[in-house]
Ligand binder design. Structure first.
Ligand code: SF4
Length: 386
């Protein structure tokens, strides 16, 4: 289901190290850089404390951790060999024990509105998407958390084939770094949204260390209030966010104003129910103080009627929340349609008249399959991705 700081201080060296592809709708024969059976973990799967522990085991002082992270997170070098202020022996040890970049670029699309979408091939052949969005003063990136998705939302391309696996912490951070590389020198990454392929809270244990790294001053320096986790609503994981005192924004995808319809559109709802989700969302708001966002994909003749708007207002009117309504972006092979302009207007007017704070958001990058999962489906090559 999509931050400032971290000025992009890309050196000419780093730019040279990771060549840019401006547009490619097709595979360009780029090889996966590491064999699937490569046993070395992604360096960024380690949290800083774990990296310091490893450094201590190989007889290195802990300040090397800061140097290494700076090379990866700020300068985004291509290889351990490029970390020129580290002793040669340590660079060789790093190379022997860890992988640095584990994805290859399968496709890169750029829309006229400035939206860029990367289709990345993982070391095991799975494919994921991530997006850079340019809007007025914002430069937002949207990253994936899983290969595919198990939630089964009926209107979504990402969930059509189920879930293959969770992404690792390193794979999530790598998407952020690759998207940040697409920014021009005068642009600054400002927001991160975990709204790509997958249900983020189904992979919370890998996700939270990735977001921690994104928000560290020596990581990407994005304030937690500019990082949004988007979820269909998994109460136990939502409770974990509350208990861990995280300060990220939470966006809950409702898509329907009652359990009967929601269980049709978001099948995982059958075993959960709206009230349990809203109770956990309220608890998160109470603990974090972060205003909640609710998402609602508006589908013609399915959830766009006046009665739905009134039911939605009943759910939200007493909550400190923003409702994002997203008129559906059709997906090839799926029967759902965009609601008419008149229906959109009526839906909005009812919500506003009931005192709900509502924003209509139109997907950017329509010309490049920007809705989640579409690029992956239109670039199947039989290399192992679902
Ligand atoms: S909309 Fe989000 S949660 Fe639903 S199937 Fe698609 S990726 Fe999964």
């Amino acid at each position: 289901m999509a931050s400032t700081g971290g000025g992009r201080s890309l050196s000419a060296f780093a730019l040279r190290a990771l060549p840019r592809t401006r547009f490619s709708g097709e595979d360009e024969g780029m090889k996966t850089p590491f064999a699937a059976e490569d046993p070395r973990p992604h360096l960024l799967d380690l949290q800083p404390a774990e990296l310091r522990q490893w450094l201590s085991q190989v007889g290195q002082p802990s300040f090397r951790c800061t140097q290494i992270l700076s090379w990866v997170m700020q300068r985004r070098v291509a290889s351990f060999a490029d970390m020129s202020d580290l002793p040669k022996k340590l660079r060789e040890q790093l190379e022997a024990h860890f992988r640095l970049w584990t994805t290859s670029l399968a496709a890169h699309q750029k829309s006229e509105d400035g939206t860029e979408k990367l289709l990345l091939q993982l070391a095991d052949g799975g494919r994921i998407e991530c997006v850079l969005l340019r809007e007025e003063g914002r430069r937002s990136i949207c990253v994936s958390s899983q290969v595919g998705c198990a939630m089964g939302c009926v209107f979504c391309a990402s969930g059509l084939d189920g879930v293959l696996r969770n992404l690792t912490t390193g794979e999530i951070i790598e998407q952020m770094l690759l998207l940040a590389r697409q920014l021009e020198p005068q642009e600054r990454l400002s927001h991160i949204v975990v709204m790509g392929m997958g249900e983020p809270l189904a992979n919370i244990d890998a996700l939270l260390p990735a977001l921690e790294m994104a928000s560290r001053a020596d990581g990407l320096g994005i304030s937690p209030r500019r990082i949004t986790i988007s979820t269909v609503g998994l109460p136990p994981a939502m409770r974990k966010l509350t208990e861990r005192n995280t300060r990220y924004r939470l966006a809950v995808s409702l898509h329907a104003p009652n359990d009967e319809l929601r269980s049709e559109l978001v099948p995982v709802n059958r075993s959960i129910g709206l009230q349990a989700i809203l109770a956990e969302a309220d608890a998160y708001f109470a603990a974090s103080g972060r205003q909640l966002t609710f998402e609602y994909v508006l589908l013609a003749d399915i959830n766009d009627r006046a009665e739905h708007a009134h039911q939605l207002a009943n759910l939200l009117v007493r909550r400190e929340a923003l409702l994002n309504v997203i008129p559906y972006n059709p997906v090839a092979g799926l029967p759902y349609r965009t609601p008419s302009a008149a229906n959109q207007r009526t839906f909005r007017e009812i919500l506003e008249s009931r005192g709900v704070r509502v924003k209509f958001r139109h997907r950017k990058g329509d010309a490049i399959d920007a809705a989640c999962g579409q690029l992956r489906r239109s670039n199947r090559t039989g290399v192992g991705g679902p």
